[in-house]
Ligand binder design. Structure first.
Ligand code: GTP
Ligand code: ZN
Length: 375
């Protein structure tokens, strides 16, 4: 990403600010102006579009509007031969059709799907960052057509470089002791930036020896499981049992990451839960919505560990993605340790899917042995 220096933007931050503004607009259902050199296009989240905004875009579109969809969504729509992101031409912006193609379960694609260009791909990345469905109405425009319009403009390089820039600017903004039940010697350290739309938290339990392999868990936020003890997953048990284990052993660090729904956000997770209640498994439900197996990135989590002085870890996880990401970020993984949740009739299919479809190291027999409630 190009560095630029202005009065109110430190080098590298100007681009982050532009994307932050674009995200606010996008999530509010207003079009964002994307720029790739001389090429301009208005991008609008399909799930937030209504007839009024469609009519206004139509006056600029001149028949050139398109609907950008993810590879996963196109697969579900039965688009022949498409293994990547693609676009559907929209001679007229028909909101009912957009809604069907973006969200409806039984929708099939009835028109040729074209390849996505750099603006389309950046629009899809923006949707991912905004935690909305990966479906965007894109309208190519000329500068003269939108002169004087109060639009937020963002260069596609800024969008594509956003995650890396967020890692580079990650910094501790607050820390304090927070005694926890069962782990009274605990400190919360809050980092600004990283993934998702909020800050990230490192929970340092006890006084881990930073010169040895530090027990570390990267824990993705799960409102339903962590906070309310939902029976649909194993997150709450993993969270509390890890903190307890760290307190009773040599301490450790749990990173609480703003990655609801495997990075899809809480609203898309709830859409997926609705589909699951109709019989879809956890990954198929996500694919219906247009998501791949896992949208999470963990490079910023590794950076958090580095800033806390960690170089070598014992990774407390069953997820090979997390282990790979920690290693790829230059930290040493001395060992991995399984984190068993508790199975029940509501989560057993979810756990089996994670094992069978995403390669999680889950020993179902060991897990089932824990099915009985604690005495
Ligand atoms: N999309 C989606 N996300 C889910 C579902 N169930 C749980 N999640 C999310 O999945 C993530 C689980 O994250 P983690 O607890 O870090 O676990 P993990 O990736 O299974 O890896 P380990 O627990 O470390 O082995 C959280 O972001 C949850 O919100 C689901 O059915 N669909
Ligand atoms: Zn969960």
């Amino acid at each position: 990403m190009p560095k630029s220096r202005t009065l109110f933007g430190r080098p590298g931050e100007t681009e982050i600010i532009a994307v932050d503004r674009a995200l606010a607009e996008f999530r509010a259902g207003r079009p964002v102006l994307l720029r790739d050199g001389e090429n301009l296009a208005l991008a609008l989240s399909a799930e937030l579009a209504d007839v009024d905004i469609a009519e206004r875009l139509e006056t600029l579109a001149e028949g050139n509007a398109r609907l950008v969809l993810s590879a996963a969504r196109l697969r579900r729509l039965g688009a022949k031969g498409r293994s990547e992101t693609g676009v559907l031409a929209m001679p007229a912006i028909d909101i009912a059709r957009v809604e069907t193609l973006a969200l409806k379960i039984d929708a099939r694609v009835d028109a040729p799907v074209g390849p996505a260009n750099t603006l389309d791909a950046a629009a899809l990345e923006l949707a991912g960052l905004a935690l909305v469905l990966p479906a965007i109405i894109l309208v190519p425009v000329a500068a003269a057509q939108i002169a004087g319009e109060p639009l937020v403009e963002v260069a596609i390089a800024a969008i594509n470089g956003y995650r890396a820039a967020q890692v580079a600017t990650l910094a501790i903004v607050g820390r304090a002791p927070v005694p926890l039940e069962g782990a009274p010697d605990t400190e919360f350290v809050v980092f600004r930036g990283g993934e998702g739309l909020r800050d990230q938290v490192a929970i340092i339990v006890g006084k881990p020896d930073l010169s040895a392999a530090v027990p570390v868990r990267l824990h993705s936020a799960c409102l339903t499981g962590d906070l309310f003890g939902s029976l649909k997953c194993d997150c709450g048990d993993q969270l509390r049992e890890t903190v307890e284990w760290m307190a009773q052993n040599e301490g450790g660090i749990l990173l609480y990451l703003d990655q609801e729904g495997r990075g899809n956000g809480i609203s898309n997770k709830m859409r997926a839960y609705k589909l699951q209640s109709q019989g879809w498994d956890t990954y198929d439900a996500d694919e219906v919505l247009g998501f791949d197996l896992d949208q999470r990135h963990f490079d910023f989590a590794a950076e958090m560990l580095k800033q806390l002085g960690v170089t070598r870890v014992t990774a407390l996880t069953n997820n090979p993605l997390k282990v790979g990401a920690i290693k790829a970020a230059g930290l040493e993984v001395a060992a991995t340790q399984r984190v068993l949740g508790r199975p029940n009739i509501h989560n057993v299919r979810y756990l089996a899917s994670k094992r069978d479809r995403a390669g999680h190291f889950i020993d179902m027999d060991a897990l089932m042995a824990r099915a009985a409630p604690k005495d």
